[in-house]
Design a protein around this ligand. Structure first.
Ligand SMILES: Nc1ncnc2c1ncn2[C@@H]1O[C@H](COP(=O)(O)OP(=O)(O)OP(=O)(O)O)[C@@H](O)[C@H]1O
Ligand SMILES: [Mg+2]
Length: 266
């Protein structure tokens, strides 16, 4: 029986000049799943996130989200449809506090908007306390409550990645898309990240995970799609993906420079 799908991509193609970053890519994500999107460097993973979140428009193909066409024209619109993301290159307001960075995410959902979060005209004060309280809860959720008052630039790299997740969760998404959340994390932080991802999914938020840490991907994901040179070369369970000849060839072929950052099996 087919699980109910939250997200579907059909025949998505995106070109940058002569580079076909995404070549007729289709995939589906079941509601509540932890879905992995993997592939060698330059395979098109981030471009896939960028197209579905409205940073770029596709050349061909379409997305469906929550039983409706997903047609985001600009990145700020994506939170309204229930999708949140983090970035491969961390994007935080370094001079703002950890709490304020989460509040910016929360303000996307309010009348005052992100502008109000930054400039605080008197009209936003009523909403402010509720937003701060919810943002504090989210900092507890990701294990950063003790750092709430610190400037975000003072956080360690792994903490900044968790802060980005808290800010994304602040928009109350149905799906969160994480672009290499384990990058720069040590083994202990990565274990905590795995628990956080499982908790997010357990709370009913579908997770789409781009990650080079194969141990994490194989342990946490129920379903994985593999991109290589913009094309989907495999799709299935972790056990299936680990045995797939095309996947092994893509990672060990050497044409992309480094193979997987961590090549261990789960
Ligand atoms: N804005 C852009 N302009 C031009 N080319 C781009 C742009 N964004 C991505 N590309 C190209 O598209 C291809 C896919 O890049 P993308 O960043 O999606 O790969 P990736 O799978 O996320 O790789 P990595 O694992 O290194 O992050 C690459 O050849 C890249 O150079
Ligand atoms: Mg990328």
């Amino acid at each position: 029986m087919m699980a109910s799908m939250l997200f579907t991509a059909e025949g998505v193609t995106k070109k940058f000049g002569g580079v076909t970053a995404l070549d007729n890519v289709s995939m589906s994500i079941a509601r509540g799943a932890i879905f992995g999107l993997i592939g060698p460097n330059g395979a098109g993973k981030t471009t896939f996130f960028n197209t579905l979140t409205g940073l770029y428009q596709v050349d061909q193909g379409k997305f469906t989200f929550d039983d409706k066409p997903l047609n985001v024209k600009a990145p700020h619109e994506v939170a309204q449809v229930g999708i949140a993301r983090t970035f491969q290159n961390i994007r935080l307001f370094g001079e703002m506090s950890v709490l304020e960075n989460v509040m910016v995410g929360r303000h996307v959902r309010t009348k005052a908007g992100a502008f109000g979060a930054i400039f605080r005209p008197p009209s936003v004060h009523r909403e402010e306390a509720a937003i701060a309280a919810r943002s504090h809860e989210l900092l507890e959720y990701v294990g950063l409550a003790k750092r709430a008052g610190d400037k975000s630039r003072t956080l360690a790299y792994g903490e900044q990645r968790r802060l980005e997740i808290a800010r994304a969760l602040a928009t109350d998404p149905k799906m969160i898309a994480l672009d290499e959340p384990a990058a720069g994390m040590n083994a202990t932080e990565t274990i905590a990240l795995r628990q956080l991802i499982e908790r997010i999914a357990g709370d009913g938020i579908t997770v789409m995970l781009i990650e080079h840490d194969m141990r994490l991907v194989m342990n946490v994901c129920q379903h994985i799609a593999v991109l290589d040179y913009g094309r989907k070369i495999a799709d299935g369970t972790p056990a299936h993906i680990q045995k797939d000849a095309a996947v092994i060839k893509a990672y060990l072929g050497g044409a992309h420079g480094e193979p997987a950052a961590t090549g261990e099996k789960a």
